[in-house]
Design a binder for this molecule. Structure first.
Ligand SMILES: *Cc1c(COP(=O)(O)O)cnc(C)c1O
Length: 408
């Protein structure tokens, strides 16, 4: 019931993104596609630069359209303020830089964070000596111990691609012992299904490229703070430089109007497809948020109100069966990324995790027969027909023979 109330409130908020206009203002926020703004008199310029009165000077420092997007995302996450970035990775860089500034100790994270975040931390560590501890959260005692002694924490729940959940409440409480800021990458869960600030997270990072924009046509990101942004937060953001122009911000704002409606469909389809796959004889395992034992189910019940449309499944026929599946899909597209209205599939061992040592990869649960599926908003019976056709035992044509989806 509570989650229904919350999703209804999110629906209302999404319908009014950008705020109710005043006077004769346009209903849809204008695209202020200008790098610079007239500063007016010397006295006006002085009051803008000193922050005494609101105003704009240069789009990297601030732009009215971009600020509308920041307000909209902050309101969906329930935060005190947000900073918009040019990608999810730029948001992670900005959040880690702010969280670690003036702090000793390691940045604690886990092995199955997003591959790009991993690479980013490796570069920061090689170049600037950032100390990173990669700890397995399923060993809960050692994870919480590392968090208790952390300089800052960067975590992602559900993880990608195995959809493992990390207990936000326990982790954030442990981080309090040395006041370590906790950054939660909420891209996969989205604010529709999980609100990390309710558990005391300090920062939420989003790749708006995925569910928030939802149309697979903009790369973008955002970092949201539980408390109000400080001038120092804004200083780091504008000088790291990963800011955006008005046009991209406007597109994300437009995409977000249907965010709640899309998430209802992704949640419904994700669960239906996970359930259907579980009954298929060629599928040995299905990874969906809340699956994987009593503890995972308990964490799901406490911190998530839906599983979203992202899942993975294992084919008992291994890499060969997985490749055959990819070749035989006719509706689902073989492509990376997630969160759009179209369903997408990849084989992580061959794409996102191909750089890993094969044995380490297998130990991490990324088997050769693992398929990652971003379930879109199509009719579930069409998706099931495509899965049925492409999975071992199905009768789908090899796609290279010119097979095209013709409906069911
Ligand atoms: C895609 C993704 C990112 C990075 O976002 P970009 O917009 O590609 O830079 C970060 N975290 C997660 C969980 C993602 O899926």
């Amino acid at each position: 019931m509570e989650s229904d109330d919350r999703s209804n409130r999110l629906r209302t908020r999404c319908s009014h993104l950008g705020g109710r206009p005043e006077g004769n203002e346009p209903y849809v926020p204008p695209i202020v596609q200008s790098t610079l703004f007239n500063l007016g008199s010397a006295a006006d310029a002085e009051s803008i630069f000193s922050g005494e009165r609101p105003g704009h000077a240069y789009t990297r420092f601030g732009n009215p359209t971009v600020e509308k997007l920041a307000e909209a995302i902050s309101s969906l996450e329930g935060g005190g303020g947000a900073l918009v970035t040019s990608s999810g990775n730029a948001a992670t860089l900005c959040a880690v830089t702010i969280a670690m500034s003036g702090r000793s100790g390691k940045l604690v994270t886990h092995p199955d964070i997003y591959g790009g975040s991993h690479e980013l931390l490796a570069i920061l560590s090689e170049t600037y000596g950032l100390q990173v501890a990669v700890v397995d959260p399923s060993e809960e005692a050692s994870w919480l111990d590392a968090v208790r002694n952390a300089g800052a924490v960067l975590l992602e729940t559900p993880s990608n691609p195995l959809m493992r959940l990390i207990d936000l409440k326990a982790t954030i409480e442990a981080a309090r012992s040395k006041a370590a800021p906790v950054i939660v990458d909420n891209t996969v869960a989205t604010p529709f299904n999980q609100q990390p600030f309710q558990f005391g997270a300090d920062w939420v990072v989003q790749s708006t490229t995925k569910y928030l924009n939802g149309h697979s046509d903009v790369v973008g990101g955002c970092l949201v703070k539980r408390e109000k942004l400080t001038p120092q937060d804004r200083r780091v953001h504008k000088n790291l430089g990963g800011t955006v122009n008005a046009m991209e911000a406007w597109l994300v704002l437009r995409g977000m109007r249907t965010f709640a409606l899309r998430m209802e469909a992704h949640n419904r389809n994700g669960r239906a497809i996970a359930d259907w796959l579980r009954g298929h004889p060629a599928v040995s395992k299905v990874h969906y948020p809340g699956n994987g034992g009593k503890r995972q189910a308990e964490i799901f019940g406490r911190q998530m109100s839906g599983g979203s449309g992202f899942l993975a499944f294992e084919l008992s026929g291994g890499g060969e069966a997985a490749d055959r599946f990819l070749d035989r899909m006719q509706l689902i597209t073989h492509a990376v990324s997630l969160g759009g209205m179209e369903s997408l599939a990849t084989r992580p061992a061959m794409s996102s995790h191909r750089g890993m040592d094969p044995e380490a990869r297998r130990l991490a649960g990324i088997t050769d027969g693992l398929i990652r599926l971003s379930v879109g908003t199509e009719a579930p019976e069409d998706l099931i027909a495509d899965l049925q056709r492409a999975l071992p035992g199905g009768t789908g044509a090899y796609q290279a023979n010119g097979g095209k989806f013709e409906g069911t």
